[in-house]
Design a protein. Structure first.
Length: 309
């Protein structure tokens, strides 16, 4: 069994029901019988983001290594990173301390072992994104050894508030239990990610404890719902994969990893053209946690324009 060392959604910042997801150990989270106000849950979520030292919840992981990324993300991630050219760019959303990026730039990390062409010696450019500044002395030391702007760190606001002019475009974007798992506006999040990707660029991400593409799994915790749901007009959870495949100008593959605790569904999303359209979602239910519990509703599509006589 493999674990991301995250906590199942914490229902209350005052009396949190905490579960340590380490090799399946721990107790089941407490039942939640009422939906708390979204505004109150936002405030709790902000406290989770800003907590430091002993106040930081164990489930809010900020130091995932490159090896953790390779294990969690779809198999193509290592190859895509290996093939990143010296002028090409990688954005890591929810990077925390940026450990995976620092591992990428370490002398010990030889991208040729992942299949990179030997003639490409210089590594690509990378941007770490975090809600809070989690940089360590190692980050500063690494930055000093690289060319200007080869390594960048942005923080202080969510992805949706950055402009394309601020961030630029990327050939590779990753998110391991970052914004994709935490955002209240998943459709806007995906619009922004795809606007930052170049054509043929790829977004690699994951969700934990969600309905898989085949619809063959149940929620990991007895008596609890899936951690993130997307419901259609009849109230059925269609799953994240099915929704992603409704986006235009993308090629999506989904892979279920049932041996993880909780189980993961991973997504490889390649942008194929610029005429992207993301099916709109609206938030119906949100409970603060690491990551939060969310229910999205597929918004009614706008009526098609009447045909001209």
């Amino acid at each position: 069994m493999i674990s991301l060392i995250n906590l199942r959604g914490i229902r209350s910042a005052v009396t949190p029901a905490v579960l340590m997801l380490c090799l399946g150990a721990g107790n089941a989270p407490a039942q939640n019988t009422t939906a708390p106000p979204v505004d109150a849950e936002r405030s709790k979520q902000e406290k989770i983001y800003q907590a430091r030292g002993e106040l930081r919840l164990e489930g809010y992981v900020i130091d995932r290594s490159m090896s953790a990324y390779v294990r969690a993300l779809p198999a193509g991630f290592a190859q895509a990173l290996a093939n990143l050219g010296p002028e090409e760019r990688w954005l890591d959303i929810g990077a925390g301390q940026g450990m995976a990026i620092l591992d990428y730039y370490s002398p010990e990390y030889d991208p040729r072992q992942a299949g990179r062409r030997e003639r490409q010696i210089k590594k690509g450019r990378a941007v770490a994104m975090s809600i809070e500044d989690r940089r360590t002395p190692r980050w500063q030391q690494t930055a000093e050894t690289l060319e200007p702007k080869q390594l960048q760190y942005v923080f202080g606001k969510p992805l949706r508030e950055y402009s394309t002019e601020e961030l630029g475009h990327f050939q590779l974007i990753t998110d391991v239990i970052g914004g994709f798992s935490y955002t209240e506006n998943l459709s806007l999040f995906m619009e922004k990610v795809l606007s930052l990707l170049t054509v043929n660029g790829t977004f690699y991400t994951v969700s934990q404890d969600v309905r898989n593409e085949a619809g063959s799994n149940k929620p990991h915790y007895a008596g609890e719902p899936f951690l993130s749901q997307i419901r259609n007009a009849t109230g059925n959870d269609i799953g994240i994969c099915a929704w992603l495949k409704q986006i235009s100008c993308v090629e999506v593959s989904c892979d279920y990893k049932g041996d993880w605790i909780p189980p993961l569904e991973t997504y490889r999303i390649r942008k194929t053209c610029n005429n992207v359209a993301v099916p709109p979602l609206k938030i119906e239910h949100y409970v603060a946690g690491t990551p939060p519990e969310r229910v999205f509703l597929l918004a009614n599509p706008a009526p098609a324009p009447a045909a001209k006589p």
